[in-house]
Design a binder for this molecule. Structure first.
Ligand SMILES: NC(=O)c1ccc[n+]([C@@H]2O[C@H](COP(=O)([O-])OP(=O)(O)OC[C@H]3O[C@@H](n4cnc5c(N)ncnc54)[C@H](OP(=O)(O)O)[C@@H]3O)[C@@H](O)[C@H]2O)c1
Length: 278
């Protein structure tokens, strides 16, 4: 007889990376059908995050992990494996352009995401599905030169950031954000065969402007006018909501999406379609 517990040992495991606005909304949604491990950088915020998920009746363990630290990622994989079979990965964490400098953005958004991809593949099996949250920014930017793409395709290579720094002229956070998301979409396409060999799937999901705390901070930052101009040209004429990104994450990782892999889903209210010359 046990009381006062939200434990659900009958459910498969989902790993959610990132405890910000979109990460917690994805956790709340995936927590309806999974036992969760939520991993995010700030240890101080984790007790509150765990308490709010458990208050909703969700079986959640919330842990601290810097996704750019290979030892921390390895420890996280052990935590996940100890919980049970990994059914679902929602990789949501990233730095926004106002969240760091050129190097920090590429380190978190691309090197960290790639470390997570490589490590979770070891835990994947038939039916496992991974979604990496990217951005419409990766679609809106001009594709980089082939030499830059070649470097972006191997972010775990030694001297990755130095080689990239030498090849690209602009070293702004916004440029790093665009490059990192462009490369993340490519990673999900290029890695689909490896995941498929295990009966598993990997996709990216590219939100447009979404009303999260990160989205609100960007509206107050140096990219404010760029963002407002984009929204003004968007067919839906509004920001998206975290319910809408959770819907996409839930669908893409569900068995209903069982033939969808190696591709990207834009959840941007038509912004890319309206602003890019195809
Ligand atoms: N909001 C938008 O308008 C928008 C638009 C397009 C794409 N996106 C993408 O959507 C995703 C989520 O955005 P959001 O608005 O929910 O952002 P957010 O609230 O800022 O959340 C980002 C999360 O990433 C975590 N994080 C940062 N560095 C980390 C590291 N080194 N290791 C582990 N975790 C780290 C943060 O952890 P702590 O909180 O624990 O410090 C934070 O919880 C991002 O990939 C973003 O690029 C957002």
């Amino acid at each position: 007889m046990r009381t006062g517990t939200s434990e659900r040992p009958d459910l498969p495991v989902a790993l959610v990376i990132g405890g910000g606005g979109m990460g917690m909304s994805a956790a709340r949604r995936l927590g309806q059908s999974h036992r969760l491990v939520v991993a995010s950088q700030s240890a101080s915020k984790n007790p509150e995050r765990a308490a709010s998920l458990r208050a909703d009746g969700i079986d959640a363990e919330v842990v601290s992990c810097d996704i750019t630290d290979p030892a921390a990622v390895a420890a996280l994989m052990k935590t996940v494996a100890d919980r049970g079979r990994l059914r679902t990965l929602a990789h949501v964490a990233a730095l926004s352009p106002s969240g760091g400098d050129w190097r920090a953005l590429l380190r978190v958004n691309l090197v960290g995401a790639t470390l997570m991809e490589r490590n979770t593949l070891d835990l994947a099996g038939p039916g496992t599905a991974a979604v990496f949250v990217s951005s419409s920014a990766g679609h809106l930017a001009q594709p980089p030169d082939p030499a830059v793409v070649e470097v972006l395709d191997d972010p775990l290579a030694p001297e990755f950031l130095t080689r990239l720094e030498e090849l690209v002229a602009e070293h702004t956070p916004l440029q790093a954000y665009r490059l990192s998301k462009y490369a993340l979409n490519r990673m999900c396409r290029r890695r689909a065969a490896e995941w498929g060999a295990k009966g598993a799937r990997i996709v990216s999901m590219s939100p447009g402007p979404i009303d999260t705390p990160m989205g609100a901070a960007e509206l107050q930052g140096p990219s404010r006018q760029i963002k407002l101009d984009l929204l003004g040209r968007s067919p839906m004429g509004r920001e998206g909501t975290m319910v809408e990104t959770a819907d996409a994450i839930e669908f893409l990782t569900s068995d209903r999406a069982s033939y969808i892999t190696g591709t990207d889903l834009l959840v941007d209210g038509g912004l890319t379609a309206a602003t890019k010359n195809f």
